[in-house]
Design a protein around this ligand. Structure first.
Ligand code: PLP
Length: 444
């Protein structure tokens, strides 16, 4: 019998057969409220006719043409749409099929631009602990995620160095102001550059709001500005990974807008195609583009499906729908209400340590002890119990485990679609509360 190798070989997966707004419908008729958009992907829900029709129309016109020979209309229009709304200086774009490809591409763009500028000694990368930039070997090598790295360590590059994330709940000291903490956290980059020799460092990569590893932890105000200054001072390329946090998830199309910072390279995926098509993008500065254009004139990289016409047509329709329906206003409004609801339900809960996030990118961290912030024993797998209990009630959320060394607790990431309504939000909170009670009842 043929079997698909799913994430877990020990469980069976219901077959998803339909979509209805924020709901996924399984073959047995069960409806699941998709409160995490899968993994922060499905930002328009699962049944947008305008996007489906745009994809169908592109398939009728031209499904695919290799970019070694042709450009195509949807990718040209999508490039214009994204760059005309991007932070200052990000005027050029490269289209890929997902987030890992986007980060691989960004690292290679940074490297080629440095070599073309005559700085081939720049070979070192600085990233952060508690980060995730993708599962391909280059992107995983730059990810500070011990769980995902463990098995593949011997295959990962040894030129990546890690500093702490900007994670106020666990790293801000009592009595320390937000700004002091932001600057102290950012200055770890300066220290690391001095250790390595700043002239050897190619790039620093970080998520403006940490998603998969920490559960919607935004940088404290002032952090990314200081990071930008440090990168500028030493000619280090700043790569911001907005694969999860970008494309409106936090209430602005680009998450880093809220930090008042423009990177040299910005990666996005997930919400770009909203799951209607697999697509990602790397936005780049003039300086990066020009280094290649004025140098060799050819980017030594590529994938078969870059600039895929149907994927770009889907993404363009998604991005136009977000604007036409003013959905970012709903992201901000529903996001505020969701955090307020979570605070009302769990704000005094003995095992909820922190409720955080921006827009509809929301996280809740669970602790064994609120006062000491001690996480649950990871062996209890509280996150997996919450996921199963929620799923059994028809709720899809994205829990993640804590660590034994106490650097993070189990947490639940919520990333519902931008079309969220009050009734969906109420259902979400009610089911999450019941799932949490079930899961906590199973641990000692
Ligand atoms: N970067 C971030 C911040 C992510 O959250 C993810 C996926 O969760 C990736 C990169 C990898 O994206 P993909 O799974 O599309 O390759």
């Amino acid at each position: 019998m043929t079997r698909i190798l799913h994430r877990s070989t020990r469980q069976s997966y219901p077959i998803a057969v339909g979509g209805d707004g924020p709901y996924i419908i399984a073959q047995d008729g069960q409806r699941y409220l998709d409160a995490s958009g899968g993994a922060a992907v499905s930002c328009l829900g699962h049944s947008r006719r305008d996007v489906i029709e745009a994809v169908q129309a592109q398939l009728d016109r031209l499904p695919y043409a290799h970019t070694a020979f042709f450009s195509n209309q949807p990718s040209e229009e999508l490039a214009e749409h994204l760059t005309s709304r991007a932070p200052e200086g990000l005027e050029h774009v490269y289209f890929v099929s997902g987030g890992s490809e986007a980060n691989e591409t960004a690292l290679k763009l940074a490297r080629q631009a440095a070599v073309e500028r005559g700085e081939s000694q720049r070979t070192q990368i600085v990233a952060r602990h508690q980060s995730y930039h993708g599962n391909t070997l280059g992107a995983l090598g730059a990810s500070g995620n011990p769980g995902r790295r463990a098995l593949y360590g011997p295959l990962l590059a040894d030129n990546v160095h890690f500093i702490d994330p900007c994670y106020a709940y666990r790293y801000q000291e009592a009595g320390e102001s937000d700004l002091d903490y932001a600057l102290r956290a950012a200055d770890q980059l300066e220290t690391k550059l001095q250790e390595l020799g700043p002239e050897t460092v190619l790039a620093f990569i970080a998520e403006p709001v940490v998603g998969a590893t920490l559960g919607a932890v935004p940088a404290v105000e002032g952090y990314l500005k200081r990071i930008r200054e440090i990168c500028d001072r030493h000619g280090v390329t700043l790569i911001l990974d907005e694969v999860m946090s970008g494309m409106g998830r936090t209430g602005t199309l680009y998450a880093c807008r809220q930090d008042g910072v423009a990177p040299d390279l910005l990666t996005c995926a997930k919400g770009l195609g909203a799951g209607y098509q697999p697509v990602g993008a790397v936005l780049m500065s003039n300086a990066i583009y020009d280094a290649i254009a004025n140098g060799s004139g050819a980017f030594q990289h590529g994938f078969t499906y870059i600039g895929h016409p149907t994927a770009c047509a889907g993404a363009l329709a998604v991005q136009r729908a977000i604007e036409r329906d003013d959905l970012l206003a709903n992201v901000i409004g529903q996001g505020d209400k969701l955090r307020a609801d979570l605070t009302a339900h769990f704000g005094k809960h003995p095992h909820v340590g922190d409720i955080r996030g921006r827009g509809l990118f929301v996280g809740m961290e669970l602790v064994a002890d609120r006062a000491t912030k001690a996480p649950f024993d990871p062996a209890e797998k509280l996150h997996a119990r919450i996921k199963s209990a929620a799923f059994a009630r028809g709720l899809v959320c994205y829990p993640n485990g804590g660590t034994a060394d106490g650097t993070r607790g189990d947490h639940v990431l919520l990333a519902p679609p931008y079309i969220l309504e009050d009734s969906h939000r109420e259902e979400l909170v009610e089911k999450l509360e019941a799932a949490l009670a079930d899961a906590l009842g199973q641990v000692s």
